[in-house]
Design a protein around this ligand. Structure first.
Ligand code: AMP
Length: 206
């Protein structure tokens, strides 16, 4: 199955994507993770991406679309994939349609006023990418899955988050209408525990 996860920054896309990819046995493709890897490795794409990500802006469509196109051509995507964080603009969605057919789009809905606290309190594992919130860490600083150190993403500070949320409202949220019109949009309430949200997603995917 070819699945897309939509939702604002902090809605829980990454957390659910890891579990869904495992459940369905399909690769989890996160454009944000691909950019962070390129930034860490200081590749030319990483240099371009960093200049936008640091400001909470979107990396240009032509760069992002090309990365996804190449990734979806890989053998492991032949029996399905889970895209997390792509598309983020209608232009990206239109480009995607030209090289792949999306079967289900899950929109994880969390009220905008809850997102700032979720993101600024987020800590992620620098190694496996597992996500946590400081409210549930009890002062722990290492990942309970792999033991590596937890870090705060460079773009999870209050100022950058404000810009990311603004970008989401203006550029990404129109995608819900776009996919609703195609009849493949599934809305899921993103409030509650990770397991509760996961169960809701599984039930809408059928
Ligand atoms: P994420 O990990 O999905 O929150 O993405 C982190 C940042 O990477 C975003 O704030 C954007 O700057 C950039 N990014 C990720 N995915 C895309 C995309 N599909 N289009 C443009 N920029 C993206």
């Amino acid at each position: 199955m070819n699945i897309l996860l939509l939702g604002a920054p902090g809605a829980g896309k990454g957390t659910q994507a890891v579990r869904l990819a495992e459940r369905y046995g399909i690769p989890h493709i996160s454009t944000g993770d691909i950019f962070r890897y390129n930034i860490k490795e200081k590749t030319p794409i990483g240099v371009i991406a960093k200049s936008y990500i640091d400001k909470g802006q979107l990396v240009p469509d032509e760069v992002t679309v090309q990365i996804v196109k190449e990734r979806l051509e890989k053998e492991d995507c032949k029996s399905g994939y889970l895209l997390d964080g792509f598309p983020r603009t209608v232009a990206q969605a239109e480009a995607l349609e030209k090289f792949s057919k999306v079967e289900a789009v899950v929109d994880i809905d969390v009220p905008l006023d809850k997102l700032l606290k979720r993101i600024t309190g987020r800590r992620v594992c620098g190694s496996c990418g597992e996500s946590y919130h400081i409210d549930h860490l009890d002062g722990k600083t290492s990942c309970s899955k792999c033991g590596e150190e937890l870090i705060q993403r460079a773009d999870d500070n209050e100022q950058t988050v404000a810009s990311r949320l603004d970008v989401y409202v203006k550029q990404t949220s129109p995608l819900t209408e776009y996919y609703a019109e195609k009849g493949i949009l599934k809305n899921v309430n993103g409030m509650g525990s990770v397991d509760e949200v996961f169960d809701r997603i599984i039930s809408v995917l059928g």
